[in-house]
Unconditional design. Structure first.
Length: 143
């Protein structure tokens, strides 16, 4: 059972026919302290094919109005993040408040966009032969 089941989480939508991204909203009220990184839950999971990832980008209007950015410019959600027993595959947006004041985010505020990407691998790539992922952000190690 998902931690956010029956919590009124809206599925992401594209707002126009040419929008590349699906708007992602906060799943709960969150306060972003100045100069701090905060993980904002979306209550969402995303299934992808093995050669895809979900890029997370802060919505431009939200970013400009609030002086907020993704801590690493673009979040990358790998296909094997979904269905992970250690984190249920929930997607969080890692935001950093670059301003001098706290930023209050209300549940349902559209904070980011998710864009699905396909990628290529090099000949002889052996990444798929290792153990299955366990854990969430940073779980594949520091080195």
């Amino acid at each position: 059972m998902s931690a956010y089941a029956d919590q009124g989480i809206d599925l992401p939508t594209r707002k126009t026919g040419c929008s590349a991204g699906y708007d992602l909203a906060a799943a709960e009220d969150v306060s972003l302290a100045p100069g701090r990184v905060t993980l904002v839950p979306t209550g969402l999971k995303a299934y992808m094919q093995p050669d895809e990832y979900l890029g997370i980008h802060v919505r431009s209007g939200f970013s400009i109005r609030n002086r907020v950015s993704c801590v690493n410019n673009e979040g990358i959600i790998d296909a094997d993040y979904y269905g992970n027993a250690d984190n249920e595959g929930h997607i969080f947006v890692a935001l950093v408040n670059l301003g001098d004041n706290s930023v209050q985010i209300k549940k349902g505020t559209r904070i980011a966009q998710g864009i699905f990407y396909r990628y290529l691998t090099v000949d002889g790539d052996a990444a798929g032969v290792g153990a299955a992922r366990s854990g969430g952000m940073g779980s594949t190690g520091e080195v």
